[in-house]
Design a protein around this ligand. Structure first.
Ligand code: SF4
Length: 336
């Protein structure tokens, strides 16, 4: 007796009109009918003869399996119990995984204090988001502080300045290997590079990075890796384990959220981020959000709790989403 084994790295997700297989290793998705989703999930432990007998649709069932094998998504096996499904449980030893620090002309951040407090939360990834112009030398003085702290990655977002030639910026990236990407907005031309230290440097034409531009939902922002999928199944895919410090030093869940949780110089970051009040949005899963819960993209899609369609309902769909899972179309998408 043969069973079909969908590779463990391939995660089937059911939507209202259609389903997906997310190949987390090749970071690709495949659209499948909901009937095939049921065969791969509900009837995973049934052999092929049993499935054909149950559906009385031999030809269709054969076509389904040919499609899966042609796309290298699985194989026939003799014993399905030798191939248990992958566990999609999200575990992270980090109290905070990502922190955004916003910087403007009015900022008087004590970077040593902020970075030290973030390191006590075992924060992995830092984003420095500049709303104002800066210089290479002031960037160096901030980066010298991060150098003593074991962050995994640092992203810098800066407004364009003529001083920021690729040569000077790449020297900065090569000097501080923690920098994984530098985005320079309001650039007169679009350019994209990768440095010797594997840092991506992008000069883009975007005029500014105001917080109201946050929350865009599009295919380009989807993430297909196992870690983000596991997180989205159990937690909020935007806010879980994230903290922001705005340009005035206020602690927030997100720079676009109005609510603040005290000033970084006056309260302990650890006590804020460990409070139930700060974490209350961390557990809002896509499976609980109106419309999203019926969407086949829900585990690869980013969420947004700052801009929602019904501000009186925290389980409301992100306001900037134009996808309709009930007809499987993005707004403006051609019917053909
Ligand atoms: S409905 Fe929109 S926001 Fe919700 S999961 Fe689907 S694509 Fe994402």
């Amino acid at each position: 007796m043969k069973y079909f084994y969908l590779y463990a790295c391939c995660i089937p997700v059911k939507g209202y009109c259609r389903s997906l297989i997310i190949d987390t290793q090749r970071e690709k998705i495949y659209y499948i009918p909901n009937a095939l989703f049921h065969i791969l999930s509900t009837f995973r432990n049934k052999n092929i003869d049993w499935i054909k007998d149950y559906f009385k649709q031999n030809e269709v069932i054969d076509q389904y399996f040919i499609y899966l094998i042609d796309n290298d998504l699985g194989v026939f096996v003799d014993n399905i119990h030798s191939f248990p499904p992958i566990e999609l449980k999200y575990n992270s030893p980090h109290i905070i995984t990502n922190a955004i620090i916003e910087i403007s002309n009015k900022s008087s951040h004590n970077y040593s204090n902020i970075f030290l407090q973030l390191s006590h939360l075992s924060c992995e990834n830092i984003e420095l988001r500049y709303l104002c112009e800066t210089t290479i030398s002031s960037l160096r003085s901030v980066l010298n502080i991060t150098d003593k702290i074991p962050f995994r990655s640092l992203v810098m977002i800066l407004p364009y300045k003529s001083e920021f030639s690729y040569e000077k910026i790449s020297v900065l990236a090569n000097t501080y290997p923690v920098i994984k990407s530098i985005h320079i907005y309001n650039s007169p031309v679009f350019q994209s590079y990768t440095t010797e230290s594997d840092c991506s440097i992008i000069f883009n034409l975007q005029k500014n990075i105001l917080p109201d531009q946050c929350g865009k939902i599009s295919f380009a922002h989807f993430s297909f890796n196992l870690k983000t999928i596991s997180e989205a199944i159990s937690f909020n895919s935007c806010l879980n384990k994230k903290v922001c410090i705005d340009s005035f030093g206020n602690i927030r869940n997100c720079l676009s959220k109005i609510q603040t949780f005290g000033h970084i110089n006056k309260v302990k970051l650890k006590s804020v981020v460990e409070s139930a009040e700060f974490q209350c949005l961390w557990t809002i899963k896509k499976d609980e959000i109106t419309v999203c819960k019926d969407c086949e993209y829900r585990y690869i899609c980013t969420d947004c709790r700052a801009f929602i369609k019904d501000p009186s309902d925290i389980y409301s769909q992100p306001a900037k989403c134009t996808y309709n899972p009930y007809i499987a179309k993005w707004e403006g998408e051609d019917d053909s």
